[in-house]
Design a protein around this ligand. Structure first.
Ligand SMILES: Cc1cc2nc3c(=O)[nH]c(=O)nc-3n(C[C@H](O)[C@H](O)[C@H](O)COP(=O)(O)OP(=O)(O)OC[C@H]3O[C@@H](n4cnc5c(N)ncnc54)[C@H](O)[C@@H]3O)c2cc1C
Length: 476
C-alpha cells in the first residue's frame, strides 16, 4: 500500500472541494446512522462523474488502497463506514446526482448513483409515473445505496424490492473499468446476470455509478386504513383476505405490536394511535387504485366489514384525507426513530415464511421473556413480505447500554437459532455490512459462503472494494 502516492494522485485528479482531508470535514462520513460504527479515513472523495470515479478506483488499485463506497449513509449494518486503520478512502457518490434520461414510452428512468430516492420519486411523479421504492430514509438515502443493499421498504408486496425495480446498471469494477449495462430491457437472457450480481453486493464487487429504473403508472388514488387485530394469527388471516379480495390493489400491509406503539406514544405523544388504547396488533393497510376513488373506498370498506364479521379485526379507521393517511404512515415510520431516542436496542431484520410466522413469534417471544423477564420486544415491520424488525430493548427503566453489552450475543444467538428453525433469513432487507459478517457462514452454509468468496476473489483480487463487509477475506 502506498497511501501518500495515492493522495498525490487524487489531488491531481480532483478539485479541492472534492477531496476532504480535515477531520471536521470527514467526520459525518465516518459514523453510521445508528452511531454504532465509527471509522477513520485517509480522505473522503466526492467524484462528480463516472470517469472521475473510475480514475479514483484505478489509483486505489495501483497503490493498493481500499475504498468504501457511500451513498446517503443511512444503512443500518455499518456497510458504509470505514475501518479504524485510517488507511481507507471513503468515496461518496453524493455529487453524482443527475437524472440522465426519462423514457416515457419505455417507462424507465436513467439516474446516477447519488440521486436521492425522494428526488427520483418526485421526477417520476411529474410525468404521472410512479417509482415505487419507498422507505423511511427516502429523503436522504441514494439509489446507488438502495441498489447496493437491495433495499425493500413498504411497497415490496406489490412491486418487489430494489432488485425488481432495476433494469440495468453502470458499474465501475475493481480494476477501474466501466461496465455499461444501462439497457432498459425487460428481457435479456445473455449469459450470467451481472446486474443481479452487483445488486445487493454492498459495494464489495463494484461501485454502481448509474442505473436504469422501472417506472409504473401512477395510481389514481390510495386508501389507507388502520386496523386493530387480536393476534398475529388473525393478522395473517387479514393479510390473506386482502390479498384474495384486493389482489394487486394491495400495496402496503405493515404490522405494529402494542409494545412498538407504546414507544411511539412515549417518544412522540402527538402521534398516538387513533384507534385508542393500543390493541395487540395494529395493521396499516394501503390500497392503490387505477379505476376510481369510489371503487377503492367500496372495496376497502367491504373487506374491513368482512374482517370485523370474521373476528380477525376488532376495529378499523379509514383515513378521510391524504393528511390523515400521512399521519398513519408517520406513526409507522417513526418507530425506528422512537427506538433510537429511547436508547440502543438489539435489532433483527428478519424474514420468516408467512406460514410459520405466528409460531415463530410465539416461540421466540416466550423464550426471550423466560430468559429476560420484562424485556421489551419491539416487533413491527413489513408483514406482507414476512419481514419483521424484531428488536429487543432492555426492560423499561434499566440501562440499555449495560443490558446490551451483557446480553447481545445471547439475544442474537437465540433469535437466529429460531430464524433457522423456522426457515427464515437473518437479513431481510438491510444487508450484512459489518454487523452480521460473523453470522453469514452459519446461515448460508459452507457451500454458498465459499461460492460467494470465490466470486469476490474473482472480481476484486486485491480486496480493495469495501473489505471486511459481507465477507472477511485476507487482503493479498
Ligand atoms: C429511518 C430509516 C428507515 C429505513 N427503512 C428501511 C426500509 O424500510 N427498508 C430498507 O431496505 N432499508 C431501510 N433503511 C436502511 C437504509 O435506508 C437502506 O439500506 C438504504 O438502501 C441505504 O442507502 P444509502 O444511500 O444510505 O446507502 P449507504 O448507507 O451509504 O450504504 C449502504 C451500503 O451500500 C454501499 N454503497 C452505497 N452506495 C454504493 C454504490 N453507489 N455502489 C456500490 N455500493 C454502494 C455502501 O458501501 C454500504 O455497504 C432505513 C434506514 C433508516 C435510517
Amino acid at each position: 500500500m502506498n497511501s501518500s502516492a495515492a493522495l498525490t494522485a487524487f489531488q491531481a485528479l480532483l478539485q479541492p472541494q472534492q477531496m476532504l482531508c480535515a477531520p471536521v470535514d470527514m467526520q459525518p462520513y465516518l459514523i453510521d446512522w445508528r452511531k454504532r460504527f465509527f471509522g477513520k479515513a485517509l480522505t473522503v472523495l466526492l467524484p462528480s462523474n463516472t470517469a472521475e470515479l473510475a480514475q479514483i478506483v484505478r489509483i486505489c488499485a495501483e497503490f493498493q488502497v481500499a475504498l468504501v463506497p457511500q451513498g446517503g449513509n443511512t444503512g443500518l449494518c455499518g456497510g458504509a463506514t470505514p475501518d479504524q486503520s485510517g488507511q481507507q478512502v471513503v468515496v461518496s457518490l453524493k455529487r453524482m446526482n443527475q437524472i440522465r434520461a426519462i423514457d416515457l414510452i419505455n417507462q424507465t428512468m436513467t439516474v446516477e448513483a447519488g440521486c436521492i430516492l425522494q428526488t427520483i420519486q418526485a421526477a417520476a411523479a411529474e410525468h404521472n409515473l410512479l417509482f415505487p421504492l419507498s422507505l423511511g430514509a427516502e429523503g436522504s438515502c441514494c439509489i446507488g445505496g438502495n441498489l447496493a443493499t437491495n433495499a425493500g421498504g413498504t411497497n415490496v408486496l406489490r412491486y418487489g424490492n430494489a432488485r425488481d425495480l432495476c433494469l440495468g446498471l453502470e458499474v465501475v469494477t475493481a480494476r477501474g473499468e466501466v461496465w455499461n449495462g444501462l439497457r432498459g430491457l425487460r428481457k435479456d437472457n445473455t449469459g450470467y446476470d451481472l446486474r443481479d450480481l452487483f445488486i445487493g453486493s454492498e459495494g464489495t464487487l463494484g461501485i454502481i455509478s448509474a442505473a436504469v429504473l422501472k417506472l409504473y403508472p401512477m395510481p389514481l388514488c390510495q386508501w389507507t386504513s388502520l386496523v386493530a387485530t387480536p393476534s398475529i394469527t388473525a393478522t395473517i388471516e387479514l393479510l390473506n383476505l386482502f390479498k384474495q379480495k384486493a389482489t394487486s390493489l394491495l400495496t402496503g400491509f405493515e404490522m405494529m405490536t402494542a409494545e412498538s406503539l407504546n414507544l411511539i406514544e412515549k417518544q412522540f405523544p402527538q402521534m398516538a394511535n387513533p384507534l385508542g388504547e393500543n390493541p395487540p396488533i395494529t395493521v396499516l393497510v394501503e390500497l392503490s387504485d387505477h379505476e376510481s376513488e369510489a371503487h377503492a373506498r367500496n372495496l376497502i370498506e367491504e373487506i374491513l366489514a368482512e374482517a370485523l364479521d370474521l373476528g380477525i379485526a376488532s376495529n378499523a379507521i379509514i383515513a378521510s384525507s391524504i393528511a390523515q393517511a400521512n399521519t398513519f404512515w408517520q406513526m409507522r415510520e417513526h418507530i425506528t426513530l422512537a427506538q433510537a431516542q429511547e436508547g440502543a436496542n438489539l435489532k433483527h431484520d428478519i424474514t420468516i415464511p408467512l406460514s410459520a410466522l405466528d409460531e415463530f413469534i410465539a416461540t421466540t417471544d416466550a423464550l426471550l421473556r423466560k430468559r429476560f423477564p420484562k424485556v421489551r420486544i419491539i416487533n413491527f415491520g413489513h408483514l406482507g413480505d414476512g419481514n419483521l424488525h424484531y428488536n429487543v430493548a432492555a426492560p423499561a427503566g434499566s440501562d440499555s447500554t449495560i443490558f446490551n453489552q451483557a446480553n447481545e450475543k445471547i439475544v442474537h444467538d437465540l433469535i437466529y437459532e429460531m430464524v433457522e428453525r423456522f426457515g427464515g433469513s437473518i437479513s431481510a432487507e438491510h444487508g450484512i455490512g459489518q454487523l452480521k459478517i460473523n453470522n453469514l457462514r452459519a446461515h448460508k452454509g459452507a457451500v454458498a459462503h465459499d461460492l460467494m468468496q470465490a466470486i469476490k476473489t474473482a472480481l476484486d483480487p486485491q480486496n480493495i472494494l469495501n473489505p471486511n463487509k459481507v465477507l472477511s477475506i485476507k487482503s493479498a
